[in-house]
Design a protein around this ligand. Structure first.
Ligand code: DLL
Length: 433
């Protein structure tokens, strides 16, 4: 099933024609109504009429999270506040949070893109969706909720937390779809095991997961523990929330709703646009947004774009699973490290759980990194000798993945704090910001 065949299966030519029209309109709207864009474009001598082709977007400057912070809270709104009916805000691990404002039309658009995504995962009006994303300033809860309503499914707005209750409800209500962050999914799987509930006791058809980075090994574990395929949901508060891009049942990239967002990939260092199928930083432009249209927003997320027609017949371009951030890289001894690489190494080892934390310190002007990893119950009750062997093995595997040796500390099972939203993987104690 395709939710909106007309929009999701257009020819490339038609998509581009539509995008150009929308781009011209949105640039003019931003220029006329948002002081930030007006000032910036005037300073650079840019006028909305300069956009004659899609490529002309490259003439426009980028918008960054810092620009949004400077306009905190409502400075980027393009409409009078009486037209804004809802606001959300990012979790903001660094600095002031970013606020996003929506008009009624924006909320409808949001429902539409999530409805497309849920349909891609094979979900329909017969399904029961347990939405564990937080309902609040975080976009996850409400975004999925609007989409679920649009397709007419039953949504259980349980939100995050009450974790044992989540398991009970899954079983009692006959949940067919779970929506969670990968780290919360892993936690729920662990609790289900404790409660003696197996995947056969529940009847899941699909899992929608996103909001944080994960590895393909993590997906395999989740699919195995819950006995259902898991589909990737991508989004960000600034542009809308979940649903900007969603994976279809081919599980081979996430379809981006190109009639709502114009995607580009740039070299994060030079800002130059990169060709299709090349990895770089994703830059997004809102094509439809009324409340807060952003133009060339630097997401810092590393991915690539593929415009081939998908097996599912959708023509909407696909972005590859996000594999890193152009800014969360930890540099230790000059080596760039991504948490996902450490995760990958850990998932290859049986005696540890994929619950980990990376602690970065700078004790003597030199960066040091320690990876805390939870031992499995079995290993923990074993002899010290066995623990030492495993610790060495983990150090070897990580070294193999990232090229340098890091200290590993095996910690007690369940001692690393569980997250209900995004896991805190890196604790940077260097005070570099
Ligand atoms: O995390 C929106 C969302 C909610 C997406 C629920 C999916 C499900 P923010 O809190 O603003 O919004 O965080 C956005 O999270 O720039 C990425 O770095 C990361 N992110 C989001 N989805 C994925 C994903 C929501 N599927 C930031 N894979 C983004 C990897 C993701 N990273």
């Amino acid at each position: 099933m395709i939710w909106n065949k007309e929009a999701e299966c257009m020819s490339r030519e038609d998509i581009e024609e539509l995008q150009l029209k929308k781009l011209q309109k949105v640039v003019k709207r931003a220029y006329d109504n948002i002081p930030y864009y007006n000032k910036k474009y005037k300073e650079l001598g840019i006028h909305p009429e300069d956009i004659q082709t899609l490529k002309d977007i490259e003439k426009l400057p980028f918008t960054t999270k810092d620009d949004l912070r400077e306009s905190y809270p409502f400075g980027m709104f393009a409409v009078p506040s009486k037209e804004i009916i809802e606001v959300h805000s990012s979790s903001g691990t660094t600095g002031k949070p970013v606020v996003s404002g929506y008009t009624q039309k924006d909320i409808d658009s949001w429902g539409e893109i999530v409805a497309r995504g849920l349909t891609m995962m094979g979900i329909n009006d017969e399904d029961i969706i347990q939405n564990t994303h937080g309902y609040g300033l975080f976009t996850g809860g409400f975004g999925v909720h609007y989409g679920a309503h649009k397709i007419g499914a039953i949504v259980i707005p349980i939100s995050t937390g009450q974790s044992r209750r989540q398991i009970e409800i899954m079983k009692d209500f006959g949940t067919t779809v779970m929506i969670f962050t990968p780290s919360y999914g892993m936690y729920l799987a662990e609790l289900a095991k404790e409660e003696g509930i197996s995947k056969e006791d529940i009847n899941l058809k699909a899992i929608g997961f996103g909001a944080e980075m994960w590895t393909s090994e993590m997906r395999e574990k989740i699919e195995d523990k819950f006995g259902a395929p898991a589909y990737n949901i991508y989004g960000l508060t600034e542009l809308m929330g979940p649903g900007v891009a969603v994976e279809c049942n081919s599980q081979n990239g996430l379809h981006i709703s190109e009639d709502y967002f114009y995607p580009e990939i740039i070299d994060p260092k030079t800002g130059n646009t990169l060709p299709e199928n090349t990895k770089g930083e994703l830059v997004l432009t809102n094509l439809e947004r009324e409340g807060m249209p952003l133009i060339r927003f630097r997401t810092k997320d590393i991915t690539s774009i593929n415009k081939d027609i998908c097996k599912c017949n959708r023509t909407l371009a696909r972005i590859e699973r996000i594999t890193g951030r152009s800014d969360d890289m930890i540099k230790v001894k000059g080596v760039a490290i991504f948490p996902s690489q450490i995760e990958k190494a850990l998932l290859k080892i049986n005696d540890v759980e994929p619950h980990y934390q990376i602690i970065v310190t700078r004790p003597h002007l030199m960066d040091e990194i320690e990876v805390k990893v939870e031992a499995s119950e079995e290993l923990f009750s074993d002899e010290v000798k066995e623990m030492i062997n495993i610790k060495k093995k983990i150090e070897d595997y990580i070294e193999n993945e990232i090229g340098i040796r890091v200290k590993v500390a095996l910690v007690e099972p369940k001692s690393i704090p569980r997250s209900e939203g995004k896991a805190v993987r890196v604790i940077d104690k260097r005070n570099l910001h």
